[in-house]
Design a protein around this ligand. Sequence first.
Ligand SMILES: [Zn+2]
Length: 221
Amino acid sequence: MIPGARLILLGRQGAGKGTQCVRLSRHFVVPHISTGDMLRAAVREGTELGRVAKLVMDDGGLVGDEIMVGIVRDRLNQHDAKGRGYILDGFPRTVPQAQALDEITAERPIDIVLDLDVPRELVLARLTSRRVCRDCGTNYVAGGDEKHPWICEVCGGDVMHRDDDTPEAIEHRLDLYEQQTSPLIEYYQRQNRLAVIDGVATPDAVFARLTRAVDLTRRSG
Ligand SMILES: [Zn+2]
């Protein structure tokens, strides 16, 4: 049996991170821990955390380090993550979060940080043609020859253009990501814990590159 893994996946929105997280999660039999999904779920369920998160996000802000670190600490302490490991997606976002994560994982350190690299122009093109099912969240790519209304193959819901997928909004999110993540990438690079994976290839080829990087880290111990 394949051993578990403790991984962080970084990458621009539209780099294919979601798809690869699902595949890595199946391959290593570990949970895919997406802090974005956890926050959205908390907002939906109206928990205390959800109410705080909604206030911040409605304001266009990012949920503070302290709250995020608390959420991740609790999740990593659960049985599945403690046992086989996890794939962290959306966290850390800042160097203070990364430092806090190092403390949380002091006993069982992260194997490697994977940076799924797809050039900005390419993700911009991908995101502009992205369509999303309103009900189940499945992503589609618009080719211009779709039937209207466009019905989701998975659940029968309406496939729509997201309001926040305008070129301006996408550029803004990519700028934010760049600003936040470049110090983080430097942080992990300095410590020799970062593998940059070329994400411009078929999903199968990218997946093979990611798993190879994890295997190499383990062999070098
Ligand atoms: Zn659907």
